[in-house]
Design a protein around this ligand. Structure first.
Ligand code: A3P
Length: 313
């Protein structure tokens, strides 16, 4: 394993803009704020990651439905080997969280080593599937030129914020943050992977250009229609109606939230309970958390940032 204590990396970090937000030190690189260990991993990834044209990257701003999209991508691409004839056939999604089946480039693979063996994970059989929360601007030119398929999920900012807050506070290893504090940081854009709007718009502008773009709200409203669309993008247009229905069921909130993999005390690499990836799974849950004034403020920001882009939530 290559040494991770590289003085070059530290020097590079020291020169980046810095902010302390919600108790975390964040640095800004190519427009987005990231914690320092994430940035070190990014630098290693930039030097080493050579995507294949066949690769699939599941991308998103945190708490927008990444886990759902990962499960769907996994289920679509592993349909023949895993679906079986019976709905009770052993399914890896019931024993492992999607984040264990598809590894994060910056938070797992390149966090642990500078030269990970990218073919040594569950999803190594072609196509390889990776997950990342990096912004489009932060993806290397190699990724953009490789022709690999990028799938992006976005979600309305108010539900994203609420979900982010619950997730953050679900980890007993981290100091908890107040909703007001996170709200303020989210509005300013100084949250991990923020600014939220820049993140979403970066991918939105690239849709139709090897980027598949979907919103959590669309997927919730008509999962069959959008899973079909996703399958076509992934080169699986031959899925039958029954197979699409089975994939939607296999990845449903009801099924995955009660699976052995996602309940009980299992925690992820950073100490977040796997159950925190499946909280409510609702559209509009923000109404229980934002005051009318907060909702008005965020709506005003959303309107301003999305004006003229054609994107709506
Ligand atoms: P809530 O906290 O609003 O419930 P991410 O995977 O990007 O961290 O996003 C997590 C959010 O997606 C959580 O939202 C979670 O409940 C929801 N989610 C996870 N799996 C889902 C599924 N299969 N169907 C619908 N929503 C899901």
């Amino acid at each position: 394993m290559a040494s991770l204590e590289n003085p070059e990396e530290s020097k590079w970090l020291d020169d980046l803009p810095k902010v302390i937000s919600c108790g975390m030190t964040l640095r800004q690189w190519k427009g987005s704020w990231l914690p320092e260990p994430g940035l070190k991993a990014l630098k290693r990834m930039d030097a080493h990651f050579r995507p294949l044209q066949d690769d699939v990257l599941v991308t998103s701003f945190p708490r927008t439905g990444t886990t759902w999209l990962m499960a769907l991508t996994f289920a679509i691409l592993h349909r023949s080997s895993q679906l079986g004839k019976s709905r009770t056939t052993a399914d890896p999604l019931l024993t492992q969280n999607p984040h264990e089946l598809i590894l994060s480039l910056e938070y797992r693979l390149y966090r642990e080593t500078a030269t990970p063996n990218l073919d040594q994970q569950y999803s190594s059989s072609s196509p390889r599937i990776f997950q990342t929360h990096l912004s489009y601007t932060q993806l290397s030119e190699r990724v953009k030129e490789s022709g690999c398929r990028v799938i992006y999920i976005a979600r309305n900012p108010k539900d994203t914020l609420v979900s982010f807050w619950h997730y953050w506070n679900s980890n007993p290893r981290r100091p908890s943050i107040s909703f007001e504090e996170l709200f303020e940081a989210f509005c300013k854009g100084t949250v991990v992977h923020g600014d939220y709007y820049d993140h979403v718009l970066g991918y939105w502008k690239e849709r139709n250009n090897n980027v598949f773009f979907i919103t959590y709200e669309e997927l919730t409203k008509d999962p069959v229609k959008h899973v079909r669309r996703l399958a076509e993008f992934l080169g699986c247009a031959d899925l039958t109606k029954e197979e699409v229905g089975a994939i939607v069921w296999r990845c449903s909130f009801e099924r995955l939230s009660t699976a052995e993999s996602n309940s009980g005390g299992r925690v992820d690499y950073f100490g977040f309970p796997f159950s925190s990836y499946f909280r409510k799974g609702e559209v509009g849950n923000w109404k229980n958390y934002l005051t009318p004034r907060m909702a008005e403020m965020l709506d005003e920001i959303t309107q301003r940032k999305l004006m003229g882009t054609g994107l709506q939530f």
